[in-house]
Structure formats: C-alpha cells, structure tokens
Design a protein around this ligand. Structure first.
Ligand code: ADP
Length: 739
C-alpha cells in the first residue's frame, strides 16, 4: 500500500490577512491531489506541544474562512522553538503524526526557523530515537523534511517577492484612514501626523502616501537630509499658501534620519506646532492595519500561493532545498528560501549601519520610482525654475466607461506635466469636449483632492466617431495648438484614438503624439495585463458578495452577475476571491449541458449538508441563459430543496473609490506616459499607441498592432493571461471539482 502523503501547514509570527485564504488553498489542493493536510495550530508552539495541536483538516473545515482576517489555525511566538530542545520535541511530534512536508506561512523569523529546523532534522530525529520519543522505524520513514515557505507579513518587507500576504490589505486600512482623516483635517485646516507600520520597510508609508495624497513622508530606506525640519515646514507652509486645507505627514514606524536616529511622530508633531503654529494631531494606526477581512488581492494571491505550495511539495524530492513561493509580476514565483531571507536581513542590517544606497538597491525598481513620483506629487506647486525651454500644450481626456482611478490618474498627469514646465488642458466629457470645445486649462490646485475620489471629474463618454466629428476634432486640435494627447480610459477611448491614428493621412492635425492609458474596470484592454480600475471593482464585488453570502439563513444558491462586458476577468477573479462554486464567462460560453451539470452537483452538495452555493456570472456570458433565466432554472430544478436568489451588482462596481493598488498603478503608468509624451513632442515625433504593464514592466504598443491584438467583436484582447487561472478556481470549488 502506498502511504498517503501528509502535509503540515502552520501560520507563525505576526498574523496577516490572507493567511486563511492560503491555508484553505493548501488544504483543498492537498485533498484534491490525494494528500492529507494537517494543521499545526498556534505555529511552532503547537509543533513543540504536539498531541491535539496537530490535527487533520477536512474540506469543510476550511469553508467560509476565505473572507476572515487573522488566521483560524492560530499563530504564536514560540521561544522554545529557538532552542534545540524545542525543535527536537517538534521534530518528534511531526514524525509521530507522520508529517515530513511543511507549508510554513510567516515572516522572515518563522522562515529562518523553518530552514534551521530542516537542516537539523536528521540529527533531531537521531536524538529523539536515542531518547526513546520515536522509534527507529518512524525515523527511517521520514529521513528528510521538505519545506515550502509563504511570506505572511503586512510590512511587505521580504526580498524575493513583490508582495507579501497581508500587505495589500494593510494598505487598504491605511488608505481608508488617510481618506477619512483628510476630510476632517480639511474642515479645520489641521495637520495630521499619521504613523503607519513598517519597521525596516517603508512600503506601507510610501504607497500609502501616494494613495492618500499625503504632503510629506518619512521612510527608513530614504531618510531626509539634515535640516529636514526647516525644509518640511517651508514646503508645508507653501502648500497652505497655495490653498491646501490640510497637511498630512506620514511616518513609518521605523523611520530614521541620516544618522540612524529614529524620527518619531510626536517629534514631527512638535516641530509642526512650534514652527508653523499649526494645530497638529498624531494618529497611530497600530493594529487596525493588521486586522479585518482581506482585500481581493490578498485573497487571490494567497490562494494562488497556497495552491502552488502544495504542487511544489508534491513534486519536490525529499532532499530538495526549501523554497519560497512568492509573487512577482502578477505570477507565482519560486525562489530558494534562505537567500531571500538572508537578503531581507542584509537590508535591515544596511539600515542599521546607515548604508541607505544599499538598502534602496535591495528594494525593487518600482519602489524607487514610487519615491521619485511622490517627490513631485507632494510639492505645493510646480517646481520653481522648472519651466521647460519649450513649454508644450498637452491635452488630457477620458473616454469609455467611468472607472475608479480616473481622477487619480488625471491628478498625477496634471501635476507631473506642470512640474516639468508644460501646460495641460482638460478635455471635458471625452471626444465631446473636442467637438463642443469644452476644454479647460488645468492648474496645480484644480486637481486637489482627486487622488482618492471615485468617478470622473473631467467627465467621460463613449462615442462612435463620424466623419464630421473628425473634422471638428482636427480643427479644435489645430486651434489649441496641442502638442500631444493623453487619453486615460477604456476600450471605447482606445477605438476613438485608433480611429484618429488611422485617419492621419486625411487629417494632418492628428499627427501629434497620441497615447492611451488603460483605465477600465473590465480589464479588457490590449497591451496591459491589468488596467486601472479593475482592482477597485474587484474589491467592490468581494465586499458585496461577502454581505450577500451572510444574508442566507437557509440552504441557498446565489447567482451573482458582475460587470466586465465581454471580458470575464471580474467574474473569474471574483470567483477566486469569493470561493465561488461556479463561474460563467463569455469566453467559455454557457450550454444547457453545463447548467445541467451544475444543478446535479449543487443538489448533491445540498443533500450532503452544504448550505451555500455561489455562482458568478459575467454580464454577457450568454445572451439566452441570462442571470434571471439561470436563477429560475435552478429554482425550478431544485424542487424546493434549496432556495435560489439573483443579485445583479451593477454600478456599485464602477462608482467606488479607487483602491490603493489602482491609485498606485495610475501613478506609475501616468508618470511613464507623461515622460514619453514630452519626449515625443519635443523630438517632433508622433507615435500613437497605448501603455500597459506586462511581465512587471511598463511597455508601449503602437496602434499599428491594435487590430491584430484585439477581438474587435467582443472588445477584448485575443490573449488573456488570467484565463490560465481557471483550473485553480475549479480545483478549489468542490471536493469533486466544478461542473
Ligand atoms: P515573523 O515570522 O513574523 O518574523 P518572529 O520573528 O517573531 O515573527 O518569528 C516567529 C517565530 O518563529 C518565533 O517565535 C520562533 O518560534 C520562530 N523563529 C524565529 N526566528 C527563529 C530562529 N532564528 N530560529 C528558530 N526559530 C525561530
């Protein structure tokens, strides 16, 4: 008989939202692959104690935990595990439970412990045999320990992964707090000093500052120059003079000056009060950053990591080195565990010795880019003396459906262009603005408060351009002597600008640089893996579905319709983030056979004690099998054994405030676009195309390739990377797989 593989999973060190999603994915992937998964509760403490602290987890035991914060299997700090005797007991307990494969979810401390434990394993077993706590046969059956690590840390402080479990959720908490504080601060013209977590990592402070539109920030990796007190006060005073009603200063808890001395929030408050005479309050966000339901991103990423960890363990040979499953460029990655931990430690050591160049070098490129963008955005006005030798006149426009992040992007575009010494003109309501000459000059203050605001202040429309429209647009461009156009919007905007590109032979006025930036909740744009707005919509879906699920008091199926037009991104990722049993996409279609299979499985699952079945349907998945139809079909075929309700989420997906991820993505993309537009215009070039993120890099694609890249009938790219996640959604949907 072949022994069933038994995998242990533990969460250790500081808890982080998303740990539950990872545990759920570990358990369910393990079970679907024919393994057993045992929880080691309370982290290493449970491992050292053994007995009932190490126990099997069933499929249902991890049901309903995806949306919960913290970790349901518990975590603890365990001083005993730092001692060899503690690790010897832990090893004996694992062997007694038949476990020699571990998924360790924790911070660098927990992962260091795991690596050491693995190295010592043969000796620990030999000692346990000598002490009589395990038999020689037991030891021989488990000659090596295999380890896969996942980083659970809200600080996002691990080298070797772009994101750690919990960081995005923490950023949500911080951004919400900053939005809330900004409104009260503005009412009283107050200053706030906000302290955020991050001992050796300024990620939360930096990204929070971008998202919250903060006016000054202190992070460990990039300390301010000596005399910063004077400089900060001067800048904040100038901000006030230019009409800013609030001042928000963010301090990372590990912020230091150039000499390694801590910069404390109370000291910053005293400086502001004494030098500016401002009423200043300190808010220490503390543990609220750690708590609460995980964001959509943390649910999705943690699920993918948990799944990948088990696949890795099942493939790994017993002697393989421990690996860390991380996330880079939107994909799960696998890197050797200890070098990543060692580099993380090296970074902390560089900070301790004030080697800031090395610390920044160890952080990602985008970290440095963010820092540079922030320096511009925080200014009270355009750089003094920054006037360009040849000031350009650039048009800024939205088009397509409204998307959260449009205002954020517009604010960054306006401020960056002004800062570089150029002029910006807002074209109101998309192409209509060109047709009806609704074009307004934008200044620094005109975009105040836009970082956090949902909707579209400039306005946006969809329009199929007629020939006479093109004439009018060309004339407006000529009259305004525009040197370039930046369109921040969705598919309709891409089509409109593409049309201008194609009509260049007939309309010489269109021979200016034309650049599109992907901003659409649908995530259906070519040249970019992700568009600004999609993450916000996904979070809106996740929050709505959490509430919808809780409303069920009987055995119930919910059929939830989400937006996306012909693109199934929101439906599939929404399914991953909410643990939906079925997902219907236009890309795959809906057939009667498929519906029959769903009914069969659903009925069987309700008969064996399941209480909820969630179906996510893309709004255009099928013209005939509508959400209403499917709801009625399920109700009819359920024969009263369960109830069925539909929920059409509608515009709440479009109108929400932009998520921190979208605000940061908008900032990154706009900064690239602005630099590109300026370079093109100054060089007398006239490229036309769209910008996007692909494999982690910002990339440009020319409109020459537009037609080749899109499925024009369905307004989506021909290749959609996220469809590759479909199998994982199915795998985790039910013990037998999806219908
Ligand atoms: P985090 O994992 O969040 O960084 P800690 O550094 O507190 O949190 O580590 C969590 C637990 O991992 C510790 O309480 C201890 O049991 C174990 N651990 C941490 N560092 C080591 C180490 N160097 N050797 C052995 N065990 C360790």
């Amino acid at each position: 008989m072949v022994a069933v593989k038994r995998i242990g999973v533990l969460t250790s060190g500081g808890d982080a939202p998303g740990m539950n999603a990872a545990v759920r994915a570990v358990v369910r992937t393990g079970l679907r692959r024919g393994a057993e998964v045992w929880a080691i509760t309370e982290g290493y403490k449970g491992m050292v104690e053994g007995g009932g602290a190490i126990r099997p987890l069933s499929w249902d035991a991890v049901g309903g935990i995806l949306q919960q914060g913290g970790t349901v299997i518990g975590t603890a700090r365990c001083p005993e595990f730092r001692e060899r005797e503690g690790r010897r007991r832990a090893a004996a307990n694992l062997v007694a439970a038949g476990i020699d494969s571990l998924v360790v979810i924790g911070g660098d401390g927990s992962l260091t412990g795991a690596s050491l434990f693995r190295q010592e394993w043969p000796e620990l077993l030999a000692e346990s045999v000598a002490a009589g706590t395990i038999t020689p046969e037991q030891a021989a059956a488990h000659p090596a320990l295999t380890i896969v690590g996942l980083v659970g840390s809200i600080d996002n402080d691990m080298v070797g992964t772009d994101m750690t479990i919990g960081a995005d959720t923490a950023l949500h908490r911080i951004t919400q707090a900053l939005d809330d504080l900004a409104s009260t601060a503005a009412s009283h013209q107050r200053s706030f000093v906000v302290e955020v977590m991050g001992r050796h990592c300024g990620y939360l402070a930096l990204r929070g500052a971008i998202a919250g539109g903060a006016d000054w920030v202190f992070i460990p990796e990039s300390p301010p120059e000596d005399g910063w007190e004077e400089q900060m006060c001067t800048e904040l005073k100038l901000g006030r003079q230019s009409g800013r009603r609030d001042s928000i200063v963010i301090v990372a808890e590990g912020a230091i000056d150039r000499h390694g001395q801590p910069i404390k929030s109370d000291y910053v408050r005293d400086v502001l009060e004494q030098r500016l005479g401002e009423d200043t309050r300190v808010t220490v966000l503390g543990h609220v950053q750690r708590g609460g339901s995980p964001s959509a991103f943390d649910r999705c990423m943690s699920t993918l990591l948990g799944h990948a960890a088990v696949e890795e363990l099942l493939q790994a040979g017993a002697a393989s080195e421990p690996v860390l499953m991380g996330f880079q460029n939107n994909r799960v990655t696998r890197v050797p565990l200890m070098p990543a931990v060692e580099q993380t430690r090296a970074l902390a050591a560089a900070l301790d010795t004030c080697d800031f160049d090395r610390a920044l070098h160890l952080r990602s490129r985008s970290f440095q880019e963010t820092r540079d963008s922030l320096a511009t955005l925080m200014r009270p006005g355009p750089r003094v003396g920054g006037a360009s030798p040849r000031p350009l006149r650039l048009a800024l426009m939205h088009a397509g459906g409204t998307a959260p992040g449009m205002n954020t992007a517009a604010r960054v575009a306006v401020r960056t262009l002004l800062d570089r010494g150029h002029q910006v003109f807002g074209v109101r309501f998309g192409m209509e603005g060109f047709l009806e000459r609704k074009i307004v000059p934008m200044d620094w203050a005109s975009v105040s408060g836009w970082a956090s605001r949902g909707g579209s202040e400039l306005g946006t429309t969809r329009r199929i351009l007629q020939r006479k429209d093109l004439h009018a647009i060309a004339r407006t461009i000529e009259d305004h002597r525009f040197d370039g156009l930046l369109m921040i919007g969705g598919y309709a905007g891409y089509e409109e600008v593409h049309r201008m590109f194609e009509e260049r032979p007939n309309f010489p006025a269109f021979n200016l640089p034309l650049l599109c930036l992907p901003c659409s909740i649908d995530n259906n744009l070519p040249g970019s893996e992700i568009s600004v707005g999609a993450d916000s919509a996904l979070n809106a879906i996740v929050q709505a579905v959490d509430k919808i699920k809780r409303s069920a008091a009987d055995e119930r199926c919910f059929v939830v319709e989400v937006m996306g037009r012909y693109c199934g991104y929101l439906a599939l990722m929404g399914g991953l983030a909410t643990g939906a049993e079925q997902v219907f996409l236009h890309e795959e279609g809906i057939t009667l056979d498929k519906l029959r299979g769903v009914i069969y499985r659903m009925s069987a699952s309700f008969a064996t004690g399941k209480r909820l079945n969630l179906v996510l349907r893309n709004e255009r998945a099928n013209e005939v099998y509508t959400t209403g139809f499917i709801t009625e079909l399920f109700a009819e075929e359920g024969h009263g054994r369960f109830s069925v309700r539909q929920a059409i989420l509608g515009h709440l997906q479009q109108g929400c405030d932009p998520s921190p991820f979208d605000r940061n993505l908008a900032t990154r993309l706009v900064t690239h676009c602005v630099d590109r537009l300026i370079a093109q215009a100054l060089a007398g070039e006239n490229e036309a195309g769209f910008i996007g993120v692909s494999e982690g890099r910002v990339q440009f694609t020319g409109f020459e390739d537009f037609t080749r890249l899109v499925d024009a009938a369905h307004h989506r790219p021909k290749r959609q990377w996220w469809l590759g996640l479909r199998d994982i959604v199915d795998l985790l949907a039910s013990p037998e797989g999806a219908a």
